[in-house]
Design a protein around this ligand. Sequence first.
Ligand code: CUK
Ligand code: CUA
Ligand code: CA
Length: 641
Amino acid sequence: MDSSKNKNSEQETGVAGRRSFLGKGAALGLAGAALGLTACKEDGNKAKPAAAAGAAPKSHGTEVAPGQLDDYYAFISSGHSGEARILGLPSGRTLKRIPVFNIDCMVGWGITNESKAIMGTNPDGTLKYTTGDTHHVHGSYKDGTYDGRWLFINDKIHARVARIRMDTMEVDKITQLPNVMGFHGIFPDKRDPVDQKINYTTRVFCGAEFHIPLPNDGHDVDDPSKWGALFSCVSAETMEVMWQCRVDGNMDLVATSYDGKLAASNQYNTENAADLNGMMAAERDACVFFNIERIERLVKEGKYTTIGNSKVPVVDGRKAANGDPKTAVTCYVPVGKNPHGVNASPDGKYFVCSGKLSPTATIIELTRVLQWFEGSLKTERDAVVGEPEIGLGPLHTAFDGRGNAYTSLFLDSQCVKWNVDAAIAQFKGDKTAKVIIEKMDVHYQPGHNYSSMGETKEADGKYLNSGNKFSKDRFLPVGPLHVETEQLIDISGDKMKLIADHTAYSEPHDGIIVRRDVVKTRQIYTMTDFPNHVTPDNAGIERKGNKVNVRLMSQAPAYSMPVIKVKKGDEVTITLTNHDKVEDLTHGLALPTYNVNFIVNPQETKSVTFKADHAGVFWMYCTHFCHALHLEMRSRFIVEA
Ligand code: CUK
Ligand code: CUA
Ligand code: CA
């Protein structure tokens, strides 16, 4: 081990590193010194940049040598595992798995009272849902680029949107969208549509893929022609649903403009069909644009309805109610057949919709959409300024900030690099325009691709990640199901260069690649942020009838109580505050046969509640290696018969 590297990492964190703590603590422990629960004097709770601000990322291929840090974070969804992941790029190293809609016994997500409250519970305290399906992660914006504050992520199964705080990389809110099924696309706004001085994310827009009876209460179950789909707007700050807009057809993915005025969703089922053939009937489908300001004006004027028990205002965005462009809240721009994906170019000018069943990408100019809303564009289709043929099965498009687009071609198993201006020139009739620049094989069947900072005005054209649905021969086989792949492509030069295969656990969809200086994580928590935190003053056991509160503290290598006694039949709440103050000095609490398992990070508090329904002696032990005496960190939890 190179000790100079280690020293650097401690200098970078600004507090005593875990290494030196472990060394000191271990020595103390082994010398037999009792570690009391006196507060540690070090104050590590200072936010620190992951890299010195303004430091230019180093280019070193994909090799990130031991002791070196990656240049980028990748925040990615992970499909029906229900969680989110953080990778370092270019190394592809997995840095963290963030439980979102799934249960995770590493951190205790879905086990602790605090996480259950965020996830949502039934009246009896059990979790309402234990499954999720995450597809899209997007960051909050300021001035057209990431502000490092939040990530928003969808749950397709139960129509929920979750918010992840980027300082702790933990979910702090989850909201369920009423009267929505198949919530797929999600995108935060980048500027306030009403108050244009607000240049940061205030709303999150959510598309709905499946149409259902409204409300879905058992009526009209056999008549899909009466069903509908709602586009939802959620407040980024409160996470409450502000309004919904009913559309014709379905919605798939979502994009937002840099000026905050427009959001859009591609529609593959403008047919409103309920079966496969019906959904492929029309030669063209649409990308539906929402005029956010007008929708909110209608809401303000009370021109909305509500559906079922939901109090959320629903504005009518169906064509029949929006015949006059000058008052319309929606604009349905015809695009290629059964499109998938809609992506905003970093120059703020265009949305690109991929054809999927059509071998084309459709370029829509946003100023023209705004002109349509003003009544000065003849037809919706006139907003289309390019429709190049790019290959088979185009799904998603990323950008390099130099005018080029990169679209995943699912059927061709390729990534195609094409030039946006050339495609527009070709559409105008320029036969010499060279649209397709290069096609590169990926392995295999790509879904999303996404580029470094590509969804911001700071798109830097360095890396492109291709999230592939199949890996076949790229990795050692591990049974009938193969691992999926993320392939990293260097797009900084004239030619695309495939530089790495990274494994991806099921299933890679969308992600964002964020420069590391954008991300500023906390080192420890603030104890007083937790209203139920345990201090030496309130620690101990408190009984009210058969309700028992066990207020516990941890400090390496001990819990504050060596013996905890309750009676069979008691309803027990264990609240644990970690009094260690050193970054990364986390303890666990596992209680055998009681299904309790969670961790507490430095200065954090978590609690669990359960019924002590069987008697015996149960060793409550620390699961997270914290100290040389980690194994000895255990207390007796005794349930008297
Ligand atoms: S979707 Cu997964 S490959 Cu849910 Cu963004 Cu296109
Ligand atoms: Cu505390 Cu391991
Ligand atoms: Ca269709």
